[in-house]
Design a protein. Structure first.
Lengths: 234, 234
DNA sequence: ATCTGTCAAGTGTTGAACAATTCAACTGTC
DNA sequence: GACAGTTGAATTGTTCAACACTTGACAGAT
């Protein structure tokens, strides 16, 4: 009894979780190189345990390992963003089309996410808005009722989110997207799945091109800054 | 120059590769429990390195880790098989539909796989036939031109294959499936993608139900054997 | 027979050491 | 001054040995 509540987690897994949070929240920015000994000491664990944690995150794609050269927080390229949105299109649209007899509880969760998203936008809390936006989409995947597809999707979204903290959150106005999400929810509950999938496809394509543009601007600004600092040195 | 050829791999990765092979070929059967120290000694590496290798494989889903209770080769349930075939349907059909302007070289690779598959069947080499069958399907995924989807697919297929070595290879006659694959290839090169996807869907569903039936028989035989041995003891 | 305490075996974690590799600074030569 | 080669510090990869903690089985007590 109550066995489900007692779940032991190894220290390595906990460390991986903490590191994962730091990466996803942007506390550790893409490109940052992580050294084993200082990090292990700062978290009060041994070097081996830290290595296991880093191994986990590198297999998740959040860290990138270069043998004998160290581990760094992964950096998304434009190609990566394209791939990730491709994954989103394939999975989310499959999910929508699989929602013929949707679980009412799941529909309620989706509505909750939608409302929290709208509330966050009202409050001009963009970080929270992004969170609930991604949560909304993540819930859609549950229509597939497939743990493998769900965890792959979540892993992929984690990569995307890591890439998004790179850019300034205030660049964009997620409020524009409220009507689209509303529409998606309505079509979904009405069982008009094909139309819903079409709108979702359009939405994802818009979203991708917007992010790509922002990232490109950011990249240009970055390299300009590097050039400026270099010229200042010489 | 020639830097691409020189790829160093850590010992842990190599050990993981060897273990992976042993699992996929069935040398280590599902359910087998693996102990760190004996395994590490048998392969001439330290316990830590072996732990890293096992961590890799458990994150791939090939090993299952129970904290403080050891690691065992994962065992596929019928639910797992259903999930994996679901993944196959989603990805392979998306891939087919994405093959509007197929890369000629890829088409040739697919034809090669098909011919090797047919040759294996002619030679009554079922193991090789399964290999080339899965290779054929794996090549289809390349139409997606998406590394994340490809590696996820390969990881999933690896799980499936592990489940398939469980059952007796001689139960089935893969030769029956030659015409279907031939047809898939023809429709694909003809650009009749929708029809191709339909046949593929049918093929995957047939394949799934066949495997499910075989696994169920196997499961019954297993539990019967267990019962028999128990009654012999008592 | 059920329960409880003990114990061995195995995993989780630590810390220290050594080997291998990279990178940058330093040499000397041209 | 430019360049190739050398040296050495820093970091990662790997090994080893020890201890803590958990589990499962066994034996003895009830």
């Amino acid at each position: 009894m109550e066995r489900s509540q007692i779940h032991r987690v190894s220290v390595a897994d906990q460390v991986a979780g903490i590191l994962r949070q730091k990466v996803l929240t942007g506390e550790l920015r893409p490109g940052t190189s992580l050294q084993e000994i200082p990090l292990a000491e700062s978290m009060g664990v041994s070097r081996n345990t830290m290595r296991e944690a880093m191994r986990i995150l590198s297999l998740e794609g959040l860290l990138k390992r270069n043998i004998h050269r160290g581990i760094a927080v992964a950096q998304l390229s434009l190609r990566d963003v394209q791939e990730i949105y491709h994954v989103r299109r394939v999975l989310e649209i499959s999910a929508i089309l699989a929602a013929k007899t949707p679980d009412p509880e799941l529909l309620r969760d989706i509505l909750d996410a939608l409302q929290q998203y709208e509330a966050a936008v009202q409050a001009r809390d963009w970080v929270s808005a992004v969170t609930h936006d991604l949560h909304f989409h993540g819930l859609l995947i549950r229509f597939l009722r497939n743990k493998r597809l769900e965890s792959f999707y979540q892993k992929t979204i984690a990569e995307l989110r890591m890439g998004m903290v790179l850019v300034d959150q205030r660049h964009d106005h997620p409020g524009i997207l409220i009507p689209v999400h509303r529409k998606l929810y309505e079509l979904l509950t009405a069982g008009r799945l094909k139309e819903c999938a079409d709108i979702l496809l359009q939405h994802l394509e818009d979203s991708e091109s917007r992010l790509a543009k922002v990232m490109d601007n950011h990249r240009l600004a970055q390299s300009a800054a590097v050039l400026a600092s270099k010229s200042k040195i010489s």
